[in-house]
Design a protein around this ligand. Structure first.
Ligand SMILES: Nc1ncnc2c1ncn2[C@@H]1O[C@H](COP(=O)(O)OP(=O)(O)OP(=O)(O)O)[C@@H](O)[C@H]1O
Ligand SMILES: [Zn+2]
Ligand SMILES: [Zn+2]
Length: 803
């Protein structure tokens, strides 16, 4: 008798442990650890992962149920991943199933079809497969399963006579936008127009307009707006054949392009010195963590590339993590142009199917290097020699929902498993990492100079309060405006950065002061110019901009569109000839848009790149000689203890985009708080003094890195219920944790009401608290057995990125 231990896909069960299932005889040779199965659970058949196989069980025979079906003939998880999940579930207080799910590509969670592809001459196969593949080189897996051919198939797979190809059916995350393609045939449009009766006034009006736009592909919303027509009218006109609906064309895959080949640079002395200890650690199989602190443009990437080269020479594999936002072709091409076909790239811009293709290259050892965002840390390599996390200070390395893991922690866990080094790289390391480096927990490697000894750009601070006093009401100080003008004349490029964190455009009634709020959340709605709508960034609620104030009926509605759109308008007014590219959430929604904007800017098709956080990192364009920061302090006054750190990081990163080649760079930072230390140190571009200063602040307030923090959050539709259970949490924690841990709260969360749920939280600060994880697990158990039924949601976030 063979028994499978299965982690089942139920996230509401109080106990998080494997369940035993009988393996039916016909599956005995097929099931392995790491395969997914379907098993009966209660009245349902649900998904599960086989995490162990054994010969006996305590479950009485009459209770023991058999596995219903097998989903993977090849395991999708390695032994390492299953071990990692066990560690992760405690570390992040989450279900093991969630940890396992996050490790596999989303394609495996979508609908797909499996095909078995012949990889050899059919005559080399054994019967009965030979007969099958004499007729075809591709057979449907389901068919073979029906014919009971899985056992010979498994053998053929092991011999690599066949392989399995998965065709994802669902288009997945690619957003397809429905647009209207107007007929190119003007005469035809005219004919349709003439054939319409005069009573169809709206249709006629629309057709007249269409004649002016023959052949164009336009979003329906734009048509409604421009022609004052309704969906019904458009539908009618389409019915006459004057236009048709088309789906947004899929953009070419930016990674299919040939990237050419680049050579290794001769390292500078500093780079050489940084690389050596990493190479030594690889040679000695030593799981050390290095913090590579190098100023912007110091050539950290070159150090990574040469370290990877060494790793490949050792016959091992490398994982490179970069923040999603800087996972641009510019970045990935640096890896692809060095290592060619040995590189797989994983990021959210790819469709589910494309992502899955990349994952399979890793799974089948077709590549040696994977470059990807956070989840690439789970790349199923089995012989990892190096893990790199670029821009390690980035908050996107922490997953915001369950499992709330930090890629850095996972990387370090894996480095111990594989006995290989980790490199954390940044020009502005997180305080936590730098503090660890100071204590020799991480090994500090420093690059103080830029790669070609270019000087860092000169930084100037402009006090915007004085501008206002001078009577300048624009967003551009005289200084910045002048500098922009100068660059435009010299044909040099400009980056303008709008710090939009915690700050957005909103709509307000000038008579009564009402700010338009979301119906479901305690958040003001954000104004979107392009479709004249107000939108909630938290829950997606959308409404048209009201013509009159819903509260007092006044029509004095004012738009505080101080976002990128407004800046763009002002820019074009001030500098009519300037070519501006805007990069923000609106202009980068579509697949490939982000890449295209950068590509165009790199190719010199624009003078000014205007953007938000998205443009702060990773850009390496030689012709940028001016960086302007329009509003340095918007991120400074957020109620988050990391506000100063984030501001410093942003300003330093964005300043670093200037003067990276021969031409010297200049940075102008506009601010209303020029005296703030985060801004002053960003001006000096000195990390260490900032670090010292900020550490003092953290020390005084008992914040990380001196203390760890954890956030326990409770939410419920009813405010009082939420408050009551938050208090229960706090009481429970107080009764179980030591006096060294301080429990603050319960207090209301930063945003009290979100998606119609009221939120309370407790903040826990602790140093060494052996009882913490067991207490949290216990609290979770109480929640899952009892509170959940009452509609409570409880989340526990260890080391939250925002509080
Ligand atoms: N040894 C070298 N010799 C010549 N050029 C180099 C060398 N190392 C790096 N460079 C060049 O210097 C520039 C900056 O390097 P890179 O982009 O790797 O810096 P970085 O430290 O990653 O910067 P940032 O943190 O600002 O993104 C690049 O254009 C790179 O090609
Ligand atoms: Zn009003
Ligand atoms: Zn909302």
């Amino acid at each position: 008798m063979k028994i499978a231990e299965v982690i089942v896909d139920v996230s509401a069960y109080p106990v998080d442990r494997p369940f035993d299932y009988l393996i039916p005889d016909e599956m005995e040779e097929l099931i392995e650890c790491g395969c997914r199965v379907k098993v009966p659970f209660g009245a349902r058949n649900i998904l599960g992962f086989v995490v162990g196989i054994k010969n006996d069980t305590d479950v009485p025979p009459d209770k023991l149920k058999p596995v219903s079906s097998l989903l993977d003939i090849e395991p999708v998880l390695t032994k390492e991943m299953m071990e990692l999940a066990k560690w992760m579930k405690n570390e992040t207080i989450s279900y093991e199933i969630d940890c396992l799910q996050v490790m596999i590509p989303s394609a495996l969670r979508a609908k797909y079809e499996k095909m078995v592809v012949l990889e050899t001459d059919a005559e080399n196969l054994e019967e009965p497969l030979r007969t099958v593949f004499r007729r075809t080189t591709k057979a449907n897996y389901k068919e073979l399963e029906k014919q009971n051919l899985l056992i010979p198939l498994k053998k053929a797979l092991k011999e690599k006579w066949v392989s399995i190809e998965t065709v994802v059916k669902q288009k997945g995350t690619i957003k397809e936008i429905r647009k209207v393609k107007i007929s190119e045939d003007k005469d035809f449009l005219q004919k349709v127009y003439e054939n319409l009766s005069n009573r169809a006034k709206k249709q006629k009006q629309l057709l007249l307009w269409m004649q002016q736009h023959a052949g164009e592909i336009i979003e329906p919303e734009v048509i409604y707006r421009k022609t004052d027509s309704s969906p019904q009218v458009l539908q009618a006109v389409i019915g006459h054949g004057a236009a048709e609906f088309v789906m947004e064309e899929v953009y070419r895959n930016p990674f299919k392009k040939d990237v050419g080949k680049t050579d290794f640079f001769t390292l500078t002395e500093e780079q050489e010195k940084a690389l050596q200890p990493i190479v030594d650690a690889m040679d000695n199989h030593s799981p050390e963590t290095f913090l590579l602190h190098g100023v912007t443009g110091s050539g950290k990437t070159e150090v990574y590339l040469q370290a990877i080269q060494h790793c490949i020479q050792q016959g091992k594999e490398a994982i490179v993590l970069v923040p999603e936002i800087s996972l641009t072709p510019q970045m990935t091409n640096r890896f692809r142009s060095r290592f060619g076909e040995l590189v797989a790239v994983m990021h959210s811009g790819l469709s589910i199917g494309e992502k899955f293709d990349e994952w399979r290259k890793v799974h089948h050892r077709k590549v040696k290097v994977v470059v990807g965002a956070r989840s690439a840390v789970f790349a199923p390599f089995e012989n990892v020699g190096l893990i790199i996390i670029d821009e390690e200070h980035e908050t996107s390395y922490k997953q915001e929902d369950s499992p709330r893991y930090h890629a850095r922690d996972v990387a370090i866990w894996r480095s111990k498993y594989h006995r290989c080094p980790v490199i954390l790289g940044s020009a502005t390391p997180s305080l936590e990492s730098y503090a660890r480096a100071r204590k020799n927990v991480y090994k500090l490697l420093t690059l103080k100079e830029r790669a070609l000894k270019q000087s860092l750009p000169s930084v100037e601070i402009v006090d915007m309060r004085k501008e206002l006093k001078k009577g300048n009401r624009t967003m551009f100080s005289e200084k910045l405006a002048e500098a922009i003008r100068g660059r435009l004349e010299k044909n040099e490029q400009i980056v303008l950065f709008l710090n939009r964190r915690g700050y957005s455009s909103f709509v307000l009634c000038r008579d009564c002061g009402t700010v338009m709020q979301c119906e479901n959340c305690d958040i003001s709605l954000t104004y979107h110019r392009y479709n004249e709508k107000l939108k909630c960034h938290y829950c997606g609620y959308e409404q048209p901009v009201p013509a009159i104030c819903p509260l007092c009926g006044s029509d004095h509605i004012r738009y505080f569109g101080t976002g990128t759109q407004k800046v763009e308008e002002e820019l074009t007014k001030l500098f009519p000839g300037a070519r501006v590219l805007r990069m923000d959430v609106d202009t980068t929604k579509r697949k490939g848009a982000h890449e295209r904007i950068l590509e165009d800017f790199g190719a010199g098709k624009a003078d000014i790149l205007l953007g938000t956080q998205m443009i702060a990192k990773g850009l390496d364009f030689p012709n940028i000689t001016l960086v302007g920061v329009l509003s340095a302090d918007t991120s400074l006054h957020l109620p988050d203890f990391r506000a100063a750190e984030r501001t410093f990081q942003l300003l330093t990163q964005v300043s670093g985009r200037a003067g990276r080649a021969e031409k010297p760079g200049e940075v102008i930072i506009q601010t209303y708080s020029p005296e703030h230390y985060a801004i002053q140190f960003a001006k000096a571009q000195q990390y260490e003094p900032f670090y010292e200063r900020e550490m003092l602040m953290r020390h005084e307030a008992d914040y990380p890195p001196y203390y760890y923090i954890a956030l326990v959050q409770v939410s419920h539709e009813d405010l009082l219920v939420s408050a009551e259970y938050a208090k229960k949490c706090a009481d429970y924690l107080r009764s179980r944790l030591s006096f060294n841990a301080s429990i603050i709260g319960p207090t209301t969360a930063g945003i009290v009401r979100l998606q119609n749920r009221y939120r309370y939280q407790c903040l826990i600060k602790y140093k060494i608290e052996p009882n913490l994880i067991p207490t949290f697990l216990q609290l979770m158990k109480i929640y899952r057995t009892d509170w959940m039924k009452k509609g409570i949601t409880l989340t526990i976030d260890l080391n939250p990125t925002m509080i």
